[in-house]
Write a protein that binds this ligand. Sequence first.
Ligand SMILES: C[S@@+](CC[C@H](N)C(=O)[O-])C[C@H]1O[C@@H](n2cnc3c(N)ncnc32)[C@H](O)[C@@H]1O
Length: 402
Amino acid sequence: MAQNSLEDVFGALRRHPDVEAPNLQAWDATDRLLLEAAADHVLADTSVAVIGDRYGALTLGALAALGINTVRVHQDLITGERALRNNAAAGGPDTAPPYVGTGPKFEQLPLGKDLLTGADVVLLQLPKTLAELDHIAAAVARHAAPGAVLLAGGRVKHMSLGMNAVLERHFATVQPQLARQKSRVIMATDASEAPGPEPVPALAHLAELNLDVAAHGAVFAGAKLDIGTRFLLTFLPGMPAARHAVDLGCGTGILAAMYARQNPGSLVTATDQSAAAVASAWGTATANGLADRVSVLQDDAMSTLPDGSADLILLNPPFHLGATVHAGAGIKMFEAAGRVLAPAGQLWTVFNRHLNYLPALERLVGPTTVKGQNPKFTVAVSTKRPAGRHGRAAPLPPHMGG
Ligand SMILES: C[S@@+](CC[C@H](N)C(=O)[O-])C[C@H]1O[C@@H](n2cnc3c(N)ncnc32)[C@H](O)[C@@H]1O
């Protein structure tokens, strides 16, 4: 394996547009271990697919070090997709091979047939939840080439025997490999899944809200109601009716659906960086007869919504960045809310009581009032500062026909 070029690729990787900080890295030892394990299975004509690449380490690393010319890749997060493209474009002749133009290429695809058909080797950064792993393993077993090898790697501290059990549901042979630098690869072969149509995502009925909730593999909280979201929903009757409301970081879209139901005159955008979340939110909206007023958008912190285009934003902010607890994820959302809210528009947010978010909300959005607290959570409303005499709401964003 061409060790030097791999070092060059890893050394040049950035997380941007995801949050960057000195303690947050764009690659980890699992990426290296997966690529080393893959070298034993890959020849020049081997078809390689990658799932769960964070910022491009696996895709660009495979192109640089495995002697192959194309890689198909699926990333759930739009921030990861954008980071991969940025990192590829930045890989000039001095740092890495040309990934665009006539050189080695990658294709970014949804999880499913187009990604996996004919793949001989699949490299997977193990996901956080068993539900997501189940979803991925089923897709690989169903679509990859006969005899395909799935190499699934993770940090040992985040791995569990439950992961082996999930893989065993879809593969007859599941072999954990030796751990190295606190990472481990599990090799799964002999798929036991019959090719067939994609399974329909789970729909669960939440009796306490009388709401049907759709949950695709990777989505936050599965089909359950998060306890912070439950608390925020108790304030729904006191929220103003907006022309355009946004459920920011929508997950399964429970907030979007409940707000739309409570406010029949409002249009609601449910947006998340995760493809699985957006698919789930769409499933939730349609299952509850709200598809005419709820639209979904996969985006990084509303980056494609125009300034001043929303009158109300609902937010249960993320607390983690990947496996790392980091306040930057929430701050990025507040900053985005400050930009996208129209003057006098409101951000309603729920967060753990111990988090000192109020100064950031005041600074990034505007005057902030605590609306309520329970033993675990605070709910606050921040009102966007007027933008002077000429401040007025922008037209609706293009995805809503504006
Ligand atoms: C705490 S969960 C809340 C999910 C849902 N609103 C609920 O109440 O169940 C936070 C959500 O924010 C999403 N998220 C994190 N960072 C994001 C970003 N930069 N842009 C958009 N969504 C993001 C995550 O994917 C996750 O679905």
